[in-house]
Design a protein around this ligand. Structure first.
Ligand code: EPU
Length: 442
């Protein structure tokens, strides 16, 4: 077991290269299965989730080559021999369910591992199942796998999503592009990574229209071709380094991020006292512009404030003057990480009430989904150990440890590296005092 040892309490300055987006890279790898031609993906992040996805693809017989030096993956689906994705990967992440569409289109059958991923709520897959059935597939979940099949070709249909789920929208896209006839997805998710997936599918020959009312209309085609696609920068990674710059009163240039994908984050950042400057089309300098002020925000589906920005932003708010409120409306259980931060001196409270302008799906339920953060708090650590509960909380802990005076040990870093790669290596151009240590050194 390894851990990060961070000695903090000083402004963090320097430069960091943003990773390619985890939540598009894995989907782009699956899209590559929809053809029998080669696809090349560039700017692919060297992270756990990409390797897990590559293993799942390989287990069907697809040929995958990952060139670390150029961050390029080449996927040759011509060699696929089976609709069965091997089961040792069960419980690793959210990707298996997304492979069903591609495998059904190829084989009329699919068998994929059970889902895992961060424990931030129930994370049901009922929308995926209902969509599969609407396309004419049968689907069942056993103790070991999710099994689906269809007779003949999948049939285009109208799927009205109860909630604009990212994953369910992706499932519908994978099912529809090669289905017979037209599909309409209503109440679809419109996150930037979905936009990129649609662009990629179009480049492969898919016919997809989007409307201003969250509708996606797909005219199924007979065949798709391979493509070449650059993975867009990770807006969650970028926002986390931005939060660190401002929270520590430092100055960080983040390279490889398209500013428009940060959308409302930039406005909340400015509102609480953060400053930013566009250095080039893909580089942003982040810093603290004025004394930090508290704010009230709600997470939401895009274009709202992303639920994945919530954790680094919460750390920033511990440094703001006054009482801040975060109402988490996407996941019911995404504040577990705040408890450990109390150890470092963060003043936070959780409540089951909807502390926002909207009543969310968790209204009147017993989920502590609103947080009250009172600041500014001088964070301090005397060799405290905090264990990472989930991926995004993990990087939030790195930020908290960097602004806390003293040394903090962060365990469970596999959860961080699944989405952010090796932080010690990535942060080498920052004055972040971080090292990887072994269990016996804790
Ligand atoms: N939901 C259902 N039923 C379904 C699907 C979703 O009730 O069949 C609910 C979920 O329980 C959740 C909400 O709908 O409350 C949103 O879930 P969504 O399907 O949009 O999430 P996802 O596709 O599983 C992706 C990202 C998440 C990100 C969300 C929201 C990937 C691999 N994961 O998850 O990222 O938070 O969209 O933007 O793309 C992360 O990267 O750390 C992460 C959690």
């Amino acid at each position: 077991m390894t851990a990060y040892k961070i000695t903090g309490g000083h402004p963090i300055k320097g430069e960091i290269n943003c990773l390619g987006a985890k939540n598009f890279a894995t989907k782009a790898m699956i899209a590559a299965l929809l053809t029998d031609k080669t696809t090349t993906l560039t700017n692919v992040p060297d992270i756990g989730d990409v390797h897990i996805t590559a293993e799942m693809l390989s287990s069907t017989g697809a040929t995958i080559q990952f060139d670390n030096t150029t961050a390029t993956i080449t996927i040759e689906p011509q060699t696929i021999t089976t609709y069965r994705v091997s089961l040792p990967q069960s419980g690793s992440n959210r990707v298996p369910i997304l492979m069903i569409g591609a495998l059904l289109n190829k084989f009329g059958k699919a068998e994929v591992p059970l889902l895992g991923g961060c424990n931030i709520g129930k994370r049901k897959i009922d929308f995926h199942f209902r969509a599969l059935q609407k396309f004419g597939a049968q689907v069942d979940e056993t103790n070991e796998a999710i099994i689906a099949s269809c007779k003949g070709q999948l049939k285009g249909t109208h799927v009205e999503l109860e909630y604009p789920s990212v994953g369910a929208t992706e499932t519908c896209l994978f099912l529809s592009v090669l289905a017979e006839g037209t599909t309409v997805i209503s109440n679809a998710a419109v996150e930037p990574e979905i936009g990129e997936l649609i662009t990629m599918l179009r480049s492969m020959g898919a016919i997809i229209f989007t409307t201003p009312e969250r509708k996606i209309i797909i005219d199924g085609v007979k065949k798709l071709s391979g493509t070449r696609m650059k993975i867009l920068g990770d807006r969650i990674d970028a926002a986390s380094w931005a939060a660190l710059a401002c929270a520590s009163d430092g100055d960080i240039v983040v390279n490889g991020i398209r500013p428009e994908t940060l959308n409302n984050f930039l406005s909340y950042y400015r509102q609480v006292g953060g400053g930013f400057e566009f250095i080039s089309a893909n580089s942003i300098r982040f810093f603290r512009q004025s004394e930090l002020k508290s704010t009230v925000l709600e997470t939401d589906v895009y274009p709202g404030f992303s639920t994945d920005w919530q954790q680094p932003f919460a750390i920033l708010l511990t440094q703001a003057h006054g009482v801040s409120v975060i109402h988490e409306t996407v996941y019911e259980k995404r504040f577990g990480y705040l408890e450990a931060l109390k150890k470092l001196g963060a003043n936070t409270q959780l409540t089951t009430h909807c502390l926002g302008s909207t009543k969310c799906r968790y209204q009147s339920k017993d989920y502590k989904h609103s947080a009250i953060i009172t600041g500014p708090d001088k964070l301090k650590s005397e060799n405290y150990t905090i264990d990472v509960p989930d991926l995004r909380a993990g990087l939030a802990y790195v930020i908290a440890a960097a602004i806390a005076e003293g040394t903090t040990i962060i365990t469970g870093i596999k959860n961080i590296e699944r989405g952010y790669g090796n932080i010690t290596e990535r942060a080498k151009n920052l004055n972040l005092n971080i090292e990887k240590i072994q269990k016996n050194e804790i």
